[in-house]
Design a protein around this ligand. Structure first.
Ligand SMILES: O=C(O)c1cc(=O)[nH]c(=O)n1[C@@H]1O[C@H](COP(=O)(O)O)[C@@H](O)[C@H]1O
Length: 299
């Protein structure tokens, strides 16, 4: 799905909700566990119940690969079941040396090879440009780069101040010519450097950034660096982020947001009515999103 189609879907469904499909066998309703492919069955009913309100689905790959081949099989079936008008995100947080990244890209983008073709994948930027570009070499596919994440540990590295004058020693040999290292004199956080430099690798039609909803006030700063990029915003619901604040600081004239909720939707009930309750929670979020889209005159 391209950027224009994504924006059209947001306007049509009056929603920028991404449902996180993070099925944990320990939390699945008992009656679903009796099904031969319980994970797929769980997801299928969730998708049926939430599809009118969601523009994207984000299976977190950990919940599938932890189960070995049967987990991969459930993932593949789930992807095949997601309606074609929804944007799909493989939340895999990959990134490695170039030839390895190419194969990660193949795994999530090349249906002929792996049986799966997601629209996008989450990528960790730590290894730099040659770890990210192989994903962008796949035509029409998106990279969603981790920028400022929702978790406590985000302060360990992501909010470190970059000051080239203090941190750079000309005698250091990084195995790269200095001309390849992007330097400037501004102070900026590491996550800001990620957002700024990565824009040399792809445009806002192929690149998004992850920013946690728990970091909503920082969205003001982020919008100065990436005024039009779509941002994937996890961390509302179970992690306590506020949808209103996310919109206040992060909404653009084309919306520019995909807000993800996983546990608050998929485990809204652990009983026989889990899909109905998931649908109700997705609808509640969609209605809040519709109000925001109206307030920002997007619809
Ligand atoms: O990349 C992500 O999706 C992600 C980034 C981040 O900063 N924080 C974060 O929670 N996530 C993912 O978003 C989902 C959040 O789930 P809930 O907290 O249950 O809504 C999980 O799949 C996380 O792995």
């Amino acid at each position: 799905m391209n950027r224009t189609q994504l924006i059209e879907q947001i306007k049509r469904k009056k929603s920028f909700l991404c449902v996180g499909l993070d099925p944990d066998l320990k939390k699945l309703p008992k009656h679903i566990l009796r099904e031969p492919d319980a994970i797929f069955e769980f997801n299928k009913r969730l998708i049926d119940a939430t599809a009118p309100y969601a523009v994207a689905y984000k299976p977190n790959i950990a919940f599938y690969e932890a189960l070995g081949p049967r987990g991969w099989n459930s993932l593949q079936r789930t992807l095949g079941y997601i309606p074609k008008d929804c944007f799909t995100i493989a939340d895999a947080k990959r990134g490695d040396i170039g030839n390895t990244s190419s194969l990660y890209a193949q795994a999530f983008f090349d249906k002929g090879s792996s049986g799966m073709s997601f629209d996008s994948i989450t990528v960790a930027p730590y290894m730099g440009r040659d770890s990210v570009i192989p994903f962008l070499e796949f035509k029409d596919k998106w990279v969603i780069l981790l920028a400022l994440t929702s978790n406590e540990g985000s302060v360990d590295f992501q909010t470190m101040m970059m000051n080239p004058k203090l941190s750079r020693n000309d005698d250091d040999d990084f195995g790269l010519s200095n001309s390849q290292v992007v330097l400037d004199n501004e102070n900026e956080y590491l996550f800001e450097r990620v957002i700024r430099v990565s824009q040399q690798w792809g445009g806002n039609d192929r690149l998004m950034y992850v920013v946690g909803a728990t970091q909503a006030p920082m969205l003001q700063q982020i919008r100065k660096l990436a005024p039009e990029h779509f941002l994937l915003i996890p961390g509302v619901g179970a992690q306590g982020g506020s949808l209103e604040e996310v919109c206040k600081y992060g909404m653009t004239k084309e919306c520019g947001l995909l807000v993800n909720a996983s546990r608050s939707i998929i485990y809204a009930s652990s009983g026989i009515d889990f899909a109905q309750k998931a649908g109700e929670e997705a609808k509640r979020m969609q209605q809040e999103m519709e109000q925001q889209l109206q307030a920002f005159k997007i619809i």
